[in-house]
Design a protein. Structure first.
Length: 311
């Protein structure tokens, strides 16, 4: 088949069953329609459905998914996009569909005012994006912080009946500690850091996954409790507050039987610098990007784990 044998359509609310089908067939991932619709309902940014599907004989063949996000830098807000779901049915691979879908998506992004697109690369996306002239940025740094607890909570998560019990326990504990989204302080207008704008409407959007903002010793941690405690982002006034907050977070992890706390941080920024001094870090995802405009302040870009589409 050639590109002329395919039809290309931008994602809309009528096509989520096709996205669900491709997820299931390619990755054996069974996502509900409500989850997929919530994940791609980025109305809070002013735009949504910056994605494309390819069809062959009226059957879904490939999908290119991206999440628009509002960024902030020195008081200015602007749009960027995080590409996250890109896959092709086996019978239609090696036919250039990824590139065709990507190029169509980029045109829609540009028209919507998106200034750049980025991804946390897997090996597959890295090679695919190189063909589209993407650039390499930096590797995220990964830290596993031990809590001193045997990993019985992780074991529970592997057993269907106990997984549900543990998830309910985690939800109950997080709900007791959770603070409103307004507790997350907005980035100062003079701050020379480019990052996703974590405003209340962003946290409302992220409610399709079981996360919570908790205040521990004055530090605000945005977390999920799964097989480990996963930290999406942290706000703290000084290192002493961060250290006290992390100690309290370890206590929460022990109540859930979780042996580790996971941080993923951008190199060179305060949280990363403190972690590098205290714990052993490892290279994680390579961040890649493609600019649609000049003068994107990439040197001031602080990526956070919570930016990831699945957090």
């Amino acid at each position: 088949m050639t590109h002329a044998d395919y039809e290309f359509h931008q994602l809309d609310d009528s096509r989520f069953e096709d996205v669900q089908f491709i997820f299931r067939e390619v990755f054996n991932k069974h996502y509900s329609l409500s989850y997929l619709k919530a994940k791609y309902d980025t109305s809070w940014t002013g735009v949504k459905h910056l994605c494309f599907l390819a069809y062959a004989n009226n059957q879904p063949a490939a999908f290119y998914g991206a999440i628009p996000q509002l960024f902030t830098y020195k008081g200015e807000r602007f749009l960027a996009a995080h590409t996250c779901d890109s896959f092709t049915m086996p019978a239609h691979q090696r036919k250039g569909l990824h590139k065709q879908l990507a190029l169509r998506t980029y045109e829609v992004m540009k028209a919507a005012g998106v200034r750049f697109v980025y991804a946390y690369h897997s090996e597959n996306t890295y090679h695919s994006c190189k063909k589209l002239d993407w650039k390499e940025h930096v590797h995220i740094r990964r830290f596993f912080i031990p809590t001193g607890m045997p990993p019985w909570g992780k074991v529970m998560r592997r057993l269907p009946l106990l997984r549900t019990l543990h998830a309910k326990l985690a939800k109950r504990l997080l709900q007791k500690l959770a603070v409103p989204a307004a507790a997350w302080q907005p980035s100062p207008s003079n701050k020379a850091v480019m990052q996703v704008d974590y405003q209340p409407s962003f946290f409302d959007y992220k409610s399709f996954t079981p996360n919570a903002i908790v205040n521990l010793a004055g530090a605000r941690f945005w977390i999920k409790a799964e097989g480990v405690i996963v930290v999406g982002a942290v706000q703290f006034d000084d290192e002493a507050q961060l250290e006290q907050g992390l100690s309290a977070l370890k206590g929460l992890a022990r109540k859930l039987g979780l042996s580790r706390i996971l941080f993923q941080t951008a190199p060179g920024f305060p949280l990363n610098q403190w972690l590098e001094q205290q714990y052993e870090g490892y290279e994680s995802w390579l961040v890649g990007y493609l600019n649609f405009e000049e003068d994107i302040p990439l040197a001031d870009w602080e990526m956070r784990y919570g930016d990831l589409d699945t957090f």
